[in-house]
Design a binder for this molecule. Structure first.
Ligand code: PGA
Length: 251
């Protein structure tokens, strides 16, 4: 399975930045080797349509940064999973720690969002991560259990392990720590899917202050399915460089 390099622009960007981003990537793609990775970018909702037009032809998936837990309704300001799919998104991030803390989304909301995302044909990228002074393995295992709906499709699921203390802080988890937590998350998936093979369908990404200088550490690990990148995904050169650090292998 190709490693996944997913960017998250959060509430940054403009149409102009998107256009510059596309031009730079076209240049890099025509001059550099094809990465052994699938790239994806979660942009702010107003830019989804433009991002689809500009970046999908470059084989870059487009994604939403959240979706509502309901299919439709009187929910001013919210965006449904079906709407994201309608404008060309192929994935949506759910349960990001900023949504959990700033918008008080809880595990139950996230589980309903996963359901909506998968029903709309999107890949649901479920974020989990412990805060400071929380026992990582036990915390994220419980968080993942509670953030998954009773029934879900392993083919349309990605887990992103992002320790809250590593997001936007410049502090990274060590590879040993990430691999240990990935093991705990894999066990949850195995118990929920009742099959080791089915659980292997679900990539587990690492996120938290990943840069083009450090991504290779995580991407080289067989236990890490890719990276979720915030700040460093805003710069097209940096984003591309991260995809270049995936070790060569079968596509
Ligand atoms: P960061 O953000 O790379 O800027 O730490 C990661 C994230 O929030 O997904």
């Amino acid at each position: 399975m190709r490693k996944l390099i997913l960017g998250n622009w959060k509430m940054h960007g403009s149409l102009q930045h998107l256009e510059t981003f596309q031009k730079t990537l076209i240049h890099l793609q025509t001059t550099g080797p094809v990465p052994y990775a699938q790239l994806g970018l979660a942009v702010p909702a107003p830019y989804l349509l433009a991002a689809s037009a500009l970046l999908r032809p470059l084989d870059i998936w487009i994604g939403g940064q959240t979706c509502d837990h309901e299919a439709e309704g009187a929910r001013t300001g919210n965006v449904s999973a079906a709407m994201l799919a309608d404008v060309g998104a192929s994935f949506v991030i759910v349960g990001h720690s900023e949504r959990r803390s700033q918008h008080h989304e809880d595990n139950q909301d996230i589980a309903a969002q996963v359901q909506q995302a998968q029903a709309a044909g999107l890949l649901a990228v479920v974020c989990v991560g412990e805060g400071l002074n929380q026992a990582a393995e036990a915390f994220v295992a419980a968080q993942l259990q509670a953030s998954l709906p009773q029934k879900f499709d392993a083919n349309r699921l990605v887990i992103a392990y992002e320790p809250v203390w590593a997001i936007g802080t410049g502090q990274q988890a060590t590879l040993g720590h990430v691999e240990m937590v990935c093991g705990a998350l894999r066990q949850v998936l195995q118990s929920r899917l009742l099959s080791v093979d089915a659980s292997e369908l679900v990539p587990i990404l690492y996120g938290g202050s990943v840069t083009s200088a450090t991504a290779n550490l995580f991407l080289a690990s067989p236990h890490v399915g890719g990276v979720l990148v915030g700040k460093a995904s805003f710069n097209p050169g940096g984003f591309w460089h991260i995809s270049q650090s995936v070790p060569a292998g079968p596509i």
